[in-house]
Design a protein around this ligand. Structure first.
Ligand code: R5P
Length: 306
């Protein structure tokens, strides 16, 4: 049985379609003070269940809704609960950057563990540390093969093109992308973020820049990382820019920044539902619904609890 929170019902519907089941009803009531009451609308006793909830903005509210939904399923006797969290919020705080900070991702993992979730399926992860932090099975569904397919379809995998990671943290990702494209060359930019102000500056580039740059990142939040990368690449001779980022967080005026930039096209996925007012002409959204459904099917055959 599959249930959806309110953050990304269109994706939950797609996953359900690929699993050849219907979304089951769930009642989400928001009180005037913002508190949420969740009620599962069908008998789940001894059933394997899936709850789909993305933790994009408002992150905390979406997480609380997910936690309550999991509790409702467990309390109602579900045999297993798989939490599909296409965008796993707080993953950038996967370690303590400065003395005195909380490790937010570990806190989210601890809550999910305490609620008795059997497994989590999430879209592209920010780092390998996240799977280590989680004490429950965490399956990563990567959108990189979908992006690679797009690149091949458009014949951008030629000698005039280079893949770009806009920061050193994305090296694992860009190497994987390069592999998917038969060893396509890549460059990495050294990005610095001021931890006090959040200001981003892009510096050193490692590798040879070419005319067409395909920038690959896990998420676009404010858009600053991508814009800084484009500016730097332009200074060094690149002319055509395409962006591939799994999670369209799109906070502040990211949509406007991207639309008004010299980027030709921005490819993202539907791990986060992009509201109409944040959609823009250069944006193309690719669905990860089929990949998530497949990951779930595969996990069934790989575990004993099913
Ligand atoms: C950072 O390490 C991530 O991989 C993204 O590059 C970053 O979160 C994007 O944020 P923004 O769009 O605000 O620059």
């Amino acid at each position: 049985m599959i249930f959806s929170g309110s953050s990304n019902k269109p994706l939950a519907q797609k996953i359900a379609q690929h699993l050849h089941i219907e979304l089951s009803p769930i009642d989400i009531h928001i009180f005037p003070d913002g508190e949420q009451r969740i009620r599962v609308g069908e008998h789940v006793l001894d059933q394997n269940t899936i709850i789909v909830q993305s933790a994009g903005m408002p992150t905390d509210q979406n997480y609380m809704q997910l936690f309550f939904a999991i509790d409702a399923l467990k309390r109602s006797g579900a045999k297993s609960v798989t939490a599909v969290i296409p965008y796993l919020g707080y993953q950038r705080q996967d370690h303590v950057f400065r003395e005195g900070e909380a490790r937010s991702m570990e806190v989210i993992g601890a809550i999910l563990l305490s609620l008795g979730v059997d497994r989590v399926i999430a879209g592209d992860l920010h780092s390998v540390k996240i799977a280590e932090i989680f004490k429950i099975p965490l399956l990563e569904v990567s959108a990189l093969p979908l992006f690679a397919q797009k690149i091949k379809e458009n014949k951008w995998d030629d000698t005039r093109t280079v893949l770009v990671s806009p920061d050193m943290g994305g090296v694992r990702r860009i190497k994987k992308m390069s592999e998917l494209l038969g060893g396509m060359p890549f460059v990495t930019i050294e990005k610095n973020r001021d931890l006090e102000t959040g200001t981003i500056s892009a510096g050193l580039v490692q590798g040879e820049i070419k005319k067409r740059a395909l920038i690959v990142d896990d998420m676009i939040s404010s858009g600053a990382t991508i814009i800084q990368a484009v500016n730097l690449l332009k200074e060094r001779g690149a002319q055509d820019f395409f962006v591939f980022a799994t999670h369209p967080v799109f906070c502040e005026n990211a949509a406007l920044l991207l639309q008004n930039s010299s980027i030709e096209k921005v490819f993202v996925t539907d791990t986060i539902a992009v509201p109409k007012e944040k959609q823009f002409k250069k944006l193309e959204i690719i669905s990860v619904g089929a990949l998530i459904a497949k990951a779930y099917e595969d996990s069934k055959s790989n575990t004993t609890s099913y």
